[in-house]
Design a protein around this ligand. Sequence first.
Ligand code: GLU
Length: 434
Amino acid sequence: MNAPTNVDLFSGAIARLDKAFQYADIDAEALERLKHPKQILQVSVPVRMDDGSLKIFTGYRVRHDDTRGPTKGGLRYSPNVDISEVKALAFWMTFKCAVMNIPYGGAKGGICVNPKELSRLELERLSRGFIEQIADFIGPETDIPAPDMYTNAMIMGWMMDEYSKIHRRHTPGVITGKPIPLGGSQGREEATGRGAYYCIKELEKKRDWVPKKTRVAVQGFGNAGQSIARLLHADGYQIVAVSDSRGGIYKPEGFDIPSLIQIKNESRRLQAVYCTGSVCEAVPSKSITNEQLLELDVDVLIPAALEDVITVSNANQIKAPVIVEVANGPTTGEADEILNERGKLVVPDILANAGGVTVSYFEWVQNQQGFYWSLEEVQQRLHAMMTQEFNHVYDWMIEKRIDMRTAAYAVALSRIGAAIASLGTAQYFSDNDS
Ligand code: GLU
């Protein structure tokens, strides 16, 4: 059942902590705590299929750490979901929330399923069935799911509705990324891409980039990949390559992104729920593989699809001087070392893709207070937080002469460490005189 690539994802994820530890203000006991997820739940979800048969799906929810607040993180539907992947993703959420200074811990969940093989009704039954199984584990003050890979606003709406039925009270704050008429936030849909865009706008100032002369390749043309490509293109950036799971396209003079998005989205077969079209069929251009896209001679490379795509086998071939990680965990630890030695700047996932959870936090705040913000308010607040935390991490990187990922982990560790230490450290409890 476990995909071989995921087996060591969690060990790989926690290995990054030891490097950051020496630059962070946190004691060793607190660090040790963060290497162990707080709670792990595995469930079996029976679903009556359209043909009358019964199928059992395996689902997971992992709460990694809740010292700084309720746990937060997405739910993914993928045939590769397994416990090591979900643990790693939950761990990253703890650090993502801390690096953004959002009052949440981290969690993640998922169901081992290929959603494209299910009808809409089967998908609804699976989503509601999963909530029935985890209804006592989640809640607006304990653990708040959200969309992730191959889940979307409608699925979040079904889940919120199911949770509200079980608890017999309307509970929009139990889940974020909902449709706007069901208590979703303005700006949530594009938030991950927009957050990464704000990071790039800060780099533009630091590196004196001229957008028209700056070439960008985006791997992954789902929600986040499309949003960042659209925003950068609107500023004049040259988006020279994009790809989806079936392959990529390359055009040295740059694509017209709005029409590419339109073509891709019109070729959906299950329009309202899943995009199954391929960018490969969209416009006349040179076809490239996903692997070739990563090695293009561009100024900015944006992996916005899967984990572990930049590895020891291709890190030496990456030409882009700047990599902005919009996917979760696209670079392995060993590849990271190679990229750092080669002087590449990697804006790490826990910062670059944190726009999504930041607007999820805004959504939850709006749900809890029952008062809703305009799109402009959401964008202004996201801009302010992304810019502040990007520069905070960037300054640590410069000051301590470390790579940006280590700086992001050190900032996050110090914040989590401060929260853990506020409840007492080994030194405090062994000092009986005070
Ligand atoms: N799944 C997204 C992530 O990995 C969003 C999580 C959330 O909004 O809670 O950051």
